[in-house]
Design a protein around this ligand. Structure first.
Ligand SMILES: Cc1cc2nc3c(=O)[nH]c(=O)nc-3n(C[C@H](O)[C@H](O)[C@H](O)COP(=O)(O)O)c2cc1C
Length: 211
């Protein structure tokens, strides 16, 4: 199992991989992903996560169906739905149609016991999800952070026996990358556009002239 990849190479090349081979993913690789996940920070080191590794074909099929219904409801009508780059639309459609056929689905869940709100709750699970994505990159696997399954949160919780006080956070298809698929470089807004200095809206460091 190769793990020889630099941290920054992983960060800079990790991306949503939505075209996966059907080949099985060894359990030891899945365990590596979860071992990376549980090293993430969480509020008060509460570690409120659970990761459901789904390999059962029937469960995957049913989750895939919910995901596709959600995809169609949100993005099915290209003119009315949120805008998407045509390449992202094509790959996300491919994933939506094949979610249930991914070799492994990892459903990241957070135990919140009814505690407050979206942002605080998410902050204690999404770093773990990002660790899974980076570890997948390190192992040569493909994955993508998806959330559209949440359109059927209650149905999926019932299907998998997830109790009250637990919320699903992300559904990650995992597999080896299909031929022609590749990691990044990714396209992101440049740092200069998103960094402020000391105050909102101040782009230049104090004492430095604009170029
Ligand atoms: C909060 C969040 C929700 C997302 N939900 C989905 C999703 O439901 N389906 C999907 O295919 N991709 C989903 N993505 C992946 C984004 O589309 C992807 O990160 C973005 O397009 C950048 O892609 P890249 O890393 O390949 O450049 C989600 C990403 C985030 C951060």
């Amino acid at each position: 199992m190769s793990r020889d990849i630099g941290l920054f190479e992983a960060i800079h090349s990790q991306r949503a991989i939505r075209y996966l081979k059907p080949d099985p993913v060894p359990e030891e690789m899945v365990l590596e992903l979860i071992k990376a996940a549980v090293k993430a920070p969480s509020g008060g080191n509460s570690q409120p996560w659970k990761f459901i590794v789904i390999r059962d074909p029937e469960l995957k099929r049913r989750i895939g169906e919910y995901y596709l219904r959600s995809w169609n409801a949100v993005y099915g009508d290209a003119a009315a739905g949120p805008p998407l780059h045509p390449r992202v639309r094509a790959s996300a459609t491919h994933l939506a149609e094949g979610m249930g056929a991914a070799p492994v689905l990892i459903l990241a869940c957070i135990e919140h016991r009814g505690g407050p709100s979206a942002m605080g709750r998410g902050a204690s699970i999404y770093p773990a999800v990002q660790n899974i994505l980076l570890a997948a990159r390190g192992l040569g696997l493909g994955s993508a952070l998806t959330t559209l399954h949440k359109g059927f949160e209650e149905e999926i919780k019932a299907l998998l026996g997830i109790p009250e006080g637990v919320e699903t956070a992300a559904l990650l298809p995992v597999g080896f990358m299909a031929e022609g698929s590749r990691y990044g470089p990714t396209s992101r807004r440049p740092v200069e556009e998103v960094i402020f200095r000391d105050r909102w809206g101040v782009s230049q460091e104090a004492g430095r002239d604009a170029p």
